[in-house]
Write a protein that binds this ligand. Structure first.
Ligand code: ADP
Ligand code: MG
Length: 706
């Protein structure tokens, strides 16, 4: 057979309908289809467990402790009784292994258990033991008759994603395991190695077949670990491979405009720089300028903490375009942010007589039409806006640079739409993130971009002092605020507001406002929350910006508000209810002027361990990158900035909070292979080629621009 023919046979095996698997049949197949989207052998083998339960050892009842996540005990079931009435009714069975008594408790399916439990019979029991009134019990334990397979323990039970309906139909993890065993037994000759031999050897990876086998049916803890390592590596390798391939495509296939003239840039540097640039700003600008001269399209990510000075970097980058008869645009995810950018850039633009405008959903038709015309004839040099910029009607004379301020909110597709705004040549692209994100997340989300980071704040900026205070200390906090107001400072006081508890939260905010008014009878206050009319919000914000009000009592709507350098104190009420990144983001509202700034985190007296860690982290550091790392460890990547919802990350095995080292190795390997053999012509790299072609969807991405 030719290798193509072999390929076909193998593919077909995994395309086999799941109902043809021994022990499945049409009914169970229908369930698997509906509930888990498993249609074929291939779907089942890739239905990965999300954790494994340790069934390797048996515990003794006398040794139980409540730190155990679960215990496995071999013993004898004695008698049982029914107690309680109505929905308190329960079945309690007594179980012993000779070292003590364990109560097994059922609230559900009582009738079934009453009929089927066998007294004086040996069972293996598994579940979370809880001590109650000096007795150990397990509620709804797993209960198995002793068999030759389980009597010695020694195995790991994978726990699979399941649904309620599957559980009701008794398709639980162990049922999946049984199917998996049937499947693995017949699959071995069909499992292709998906990584080149060189990588398998270099990183001492187990084969794909061994990995699948041991991930689903681990022989031992070591095998399980190796299986996971191998599958994580593979997953991250292909993730990085795709990104780097795209990056190389841009570098080799897509020409970029060459920005060699620097008139405005020089003029700005020599006559108008409002402050000395930080070393980080200078370095980043050099990296960007380098890209703009190569004749290749720039695709760069600019990371920089709040207040690190990205605006001026963005502006100077735009000047490079303007100096070479090209235009520039900046797109932000919200109107408020777009406006903030516009204000920031306009200050600089006015110094040079550069034309700049703003386009958002609320721009009036007449103004909009004028903007469209000016962009087309080239008299408008810079445009700042929201999604409105992407619309087809917005066309440029010669768009040369796109800047996206994105905070994970724009996808690759939107980036591609901006590229298309110049039909002759792709404009250069600079993506800015205001929230620093952990290295691993940056690599997987933005691995197709080159990365620059502003890792230094402007000189003379005093680091914000952050402290933690309990509710009970509010009076002394108020005392401190009075002193700051007396010094002419302004204060933010932030309350949480989430949809689920909106009424309560609004009440808290109003109560807070009341108590602040009482404590500061002669101080003018502002209040701001999402339920207010837009005009009222603008009015309150404007008063605060002008310094007419001294305290701004607000919900998180100010998170992305305007810059008020004189506001030097941020009080965050119920700080326990905010995520770490959000706390950091809020804190970034202060510390913008020359004065010493403060952030006061107020919490309840009783806080969880995790909250304590969040608060401690905030008090210890102002470094957004460090905070992002802690946040990742605490919450996992799925919760960070909605990345999971936006479908940007679909990792099944790897965990970005833990697998940074594997990711680094995978990325390096992908880079090396693509550099040495970009078209995958070497025999050695055929497994990669085959795998990419096999993954139909990815195969399309492979040749796509983005
Ligand atoms: P970012 O957008 O990164 O949050 P900005 O560009 O808004 O930060 O800058 C924050 C503040 O710091 C602005 O008031 C800006 O004028 C000022 N700033 C920026 N760079 C410098 C610098 N090198 N020296 C002094 N002040 C600076
Ligand atoms: Mg900014």
């Amino acid at each position: 057979m030719t290798s193509d023919a072999i390929q076909t046979v193998r593919t077909r095996f995994f395309d086999t309908k799941i109902e043809f698997l021994k022990g499945v049949g049409p009914q169970k197949a229908a369930l698997l289809n509906q509930e888990l989207g498993i249609f074929t052998f291939g779907d089942l083998i890739q239905h990965y467990p999300f954790r494994h339960e340790d069934r390797t050892v048996f515990h003794k009842i006398k040794d139980l402790n409540d730190q155990l996540p679960a215990a496995q005990i071999k013993g004898r079931l004695r008698e049982w009784t029914m107690t309680g009435e109505g929905n308190k009714k329960r079945l309690v069975a007594y179980f012993t292994d000779g070292t003590g008594i364990l109560e097994l408790v059922w609230f559900q399916s009582i009738a079934w258990y009453e009929k089927n439990l066998r007294p004086n019979t040996e069972y293996i029991v598994f579940g979370k033991p809880v001590a109650f009134g000096g007795r150990w019990s397990i509620t709804h334990p797993e209960l198995d008759l002793i068999t030759p397979e389980n009597e010695n323990g020694g195995f790991w039970q994978p726990i699979y994603p399941l649904t309620e309906k599957l559980r009701r139909k008794f398709v639980e993890s162990r049922a999946i395991s049984r199917m998996m065993r049937s499947l693995l037994e017949i699959s071995r000759p069909h499992i292709r190695e998906t990584l080149p031999e060189t990588l398998v050897q270099k990183y001492r990876l187990v084969s794909k077949a061994d990995a699948l086998w041991n991930f689903h049916l681990p022989q031992s803890a070591q095998w399980l670990h190796q299986a996971q390592r191998r599958l994580k590596f593979e997953e991250l390798f292909y993730n990085q491979f795709r990104l780097i391939k795209n990056k190389l495509l841009h570098k080799t296939e897509y020409p970029g405009m060459i920005f060699s003239h620097t008139n405005l840039v020089k003029q700005f540097y020599e006559n108008h720089l409002p402050f000395t640039l930080t070393n980080a700003q200078i370095r980043v600008l050099a990296e960007i300028h380098e890209d703009l001269k190569t004749g290749r399209q720039m695709n760069r990510l600019l990371q920089g903490d709040v207040g690190s000075g990205k605006t001026i970097v963005a502006f100077i980058s735009m000047l490079f375009a303007l100096d070479n008869d090209a235009q520039a645009c900046l797109m932000a995810p919200t109107e408020i942010l777009a406006d903030q950018h516009y204000q920031g850039l306009k200050k600089f633009a006015d110094l040079l007589g550069v034309n700049i405008c703003k386009l958002t959903g609320s721009t009036k038709k007449k103004e909009r039409e004028l903007i469209h015309k000016q962009l087309l004839d080239g008299s408008m040099h810079i445009i700042v806006g929201t999604h409105a910029l992407i619309e087809d009607i917005v066309q440029f004379k010669n768009l040369g640079l796109c800047i996206i301020d994105e905070q994970h909110r724009f996808g690759v597709a939107q980036r591609a739409k901006l590229w298309a705004k110049n039909s002759h040549i792709n404009p250069h692209m600079l993506v800015m993130t205001a929230t620093p994100i952990p290295r691993t997340l940056a690599m997987t989300l933005y691995g197709d971009l080159d990365i620059s980071a502003i890792n230094e704040l402007p000189a003379g900026r005093k680091p914000i002092k952050t402290v933690h205070r309990y509710d009970a200390h509010r009076l002394s906090v108020f005392g401190f605020l009075k002193d700051e107001i007396a010094k002419g400072r302004q204060i933010y006081m932030v309350y949480p507001l989430i949809e689920e508890s909106e009424k309560m939260d609004l009440k808290d905010l109003m109560d807070g406002y009341e108590s602040v008014s009482r404590a500061f009878p002669n101080v003018p206050l502002s209040i701001l929350h999402g339920k207010m009319k837009s005009a009222d919000k603008d009015f309150e914000m404007a008063r605060f910006v002008r310094g007419e009000t001294k305290i701004m009592v607000a919900t998180t709507v100010i998170e992305v508000g305007v810059n008020v350098p004189n506001a030097s104190v941020m009080v965050i009420e119920n700080a326990e209810r905010f995520g770490l990144s959000q706390l950091h983001q809020l804190r970034g509202r202060v510390g913008r002027g020359a004065e010493q700034s403060y952030c006061i985190l107020i919490t309840d007296y009783k806080i969880s361990k995790e909250t304590k860690l969040r608060i401690e982290t905030m008090c210890r550091t102002n470094d957004g990158f460090e905070i992002a790392e802690v946040d990742l460890q605490l919450r996992g990547p799925g919760d960070l900035s909605g990345t999971q919802q936006s479908g940007l990350l679909d990792l099944l095995v790897a965990n970005l909070a833990q697998d940074g080292e594997i990711l680094k190795a995978a990325r390096q390997s992908a880079e090396e292979i693509l550099n040495a053999d970009p078209d995958l012509l070497q025999p050695l790299n055929q497994p990669i080629r085959a795998h990419i072609e096999h993954m139909g969807k990815e195969a399309t991405n492979w040749s796509r621009i983005s």
